[in-house]
Ligand binder design. Structure first.
Ligand SMILES: NC(=O)c1ccc[n+]([C@@H]2O[C@H](COP(=O)([O-])OP(=O)(O)OC[C@H]3O[C@@H](n4cnc5c(N)ncnc54)[C@H](OP(=O)(O)O)[C@@H]3O)[C@@H](O)[C@H]2O)c1
Length: 337
């Protein structure tokens, strides 16, 4: 029997990292996680290493072992990605980084592919506020250390069980509450998304196969629409909600913020509309499998409803969603329009 692949997940307790750990363990790989130990969850079949990436000395023991794959979900200062890559490069075969489509220079063009220009960044940043700059700086650091042993995975919208951003959870909880719900139009606007579990599965396959370079990582455009996503959420929650489709102009007049107040949604003329029109030929040619969006929605609701408490919320991202008075005002404005 071949020895199990040795996977180190830097992070691994919240959402995408958790999916990587679960996928790695399910393959029979020998999985180790490295984090500060603050999260409540850890996989019973994974080994835990505790340390703080902002204190590079704590990474040193990891550099004394051989790893087939390191999977990294870091979104903080690039210098922490640089420091981890430096410690791990001598004894790691392949390094796979969860980056983001946000690295493209704004505004990204429709169909943005991996060759598009990226934001200016440095692998040495200490305290940059801009998420895109931190992600690109981290990519640069990892590429510098690993060269063609570096896989840079650039997801767009990530959904699925354990989501701690609060996008799909907000829609599910809103529909479960029932009543008249503002549904942002146009209803047939195509969406792109990826289930964290599909992202994890592809990333570990790709890293094991030695794929390198950048890959945008979302479904094909139109994998879901606002209509099909909300219909799936209504079916999952089984509530008595009714959808009222509201035109983007009316939503704009009400000063409602796309993406954050109405999660997932971007109006057709938004400067970042390409986040639902990402070029994904490369990753689909490389075998990405995306489960039906209905399954992502149903599984996320199953997780949420079993939780028995408010869903987790990342500390570095403000909660998403539209409060009830603003929703009522926008629905009234839509009726008057
Ligand atoms: N959600 C989306 O739509 C979307 C889209 C594109 C890209 N992304 C990217 O996807 C990734 C999502 O990652 P995730 O948060 O779900 O990953 P995760 O690996 O499940 O969770 C983050 C991990 O980082 C650890 N951590 C935080 N600070 C640390 C430190 N100073 N030292 C050591 N460990 C530390 C946390 O544990 P402790 O707190 O215990 O240390 C936790 O285990 C991010 O990189 C994000 O940029 C997300």
């Amino acid at each position: 029997m071949l020895p199990a692949m040795r996977l180190l997940v830097l992070g691994g307790t919240s959402f995408v990292g958790r999916a990587l750990v679960e996928n790695g363990v399910a393959r029979g790989w020998d999985v180790t996680t490295f984090n500060r130990g603050r999260g409540a969850w850890s996989h019973p079949d994974a080994t835990r290493a505790i340390g703080d990436r902002l204190d590079p000395g704590t990474l040193v023991p990891l550099g004394m072992r051989d790893w087939d794959v390191v999977a990294d979900t870091w979104s903080g200062a690039a210098r922490a990605a640089r420091d981890a890559a430096a410690v791990l490069a001598p004894r790691t075969r392949h390094y796979a980084y969860i980056s983001s489509c946000s690295v493209y220079a704004p505004p990204p063009p429709m169909g943005v592919d991996e060759s598009a220009p990226t934001v200016d960044a440095t692998p040495d940043d200490e305290h940059v506020a801009d998420y895109a700059v931190r992600k690109r700086g981290s990519e640069m650091a990892i590429e510098q250390a690993f060269g063609d042993r570096a896989l840079l995975v650039r997801p767009g919208l990530v959904l699925g069980p354990h989501e701690d951003v609060g996008r799909l959870p907000w829609w599910l909880l809103r529909l479960a509450r029932g009543g008249e719900v503002l549904a942002p139009g146009p209803a047939d606007q195509p969406l792109q998304l990826i289930d964290a579990r599909d992202l994890a599965a592809w990333m570990l396959d790709a890293a094991a196969a030695g794929r390198h370079g950048a890959y945008n990582a979302v479904s094909r455009r139109g994998h879901a629409t606002m209509r099909s996503l909300l219909a799936a959420a209504m079916t999952a929650t089984g509530g008595d909600a009714t959808l009222t489709w509201v035109a983007p102009e009316v939503i704009a007049e009400q000063g409602i913020e796309p993406w954050s107040e109405l999660p997932i949604w971007l109006p057709p003329d938004h400067e970042f509309r390409a986040l639902h029109a990402v070029g994904v030929d490369k990753i689909h040619a490389a075998g990405l499998v995306t489960r039906p969006a209905q399954d992502t929605v149903a599984d996320t609701w199953a997780w949420l409803s079993a939780l028995g408490e408010a869903p987790p919320q990342r500390a570095d991202i403000p909660p998403h969603g539209l409060d009830a008075p603003r929703e009522r005002a926008a629905l009234a404005a839509a009726r008057a329009a």
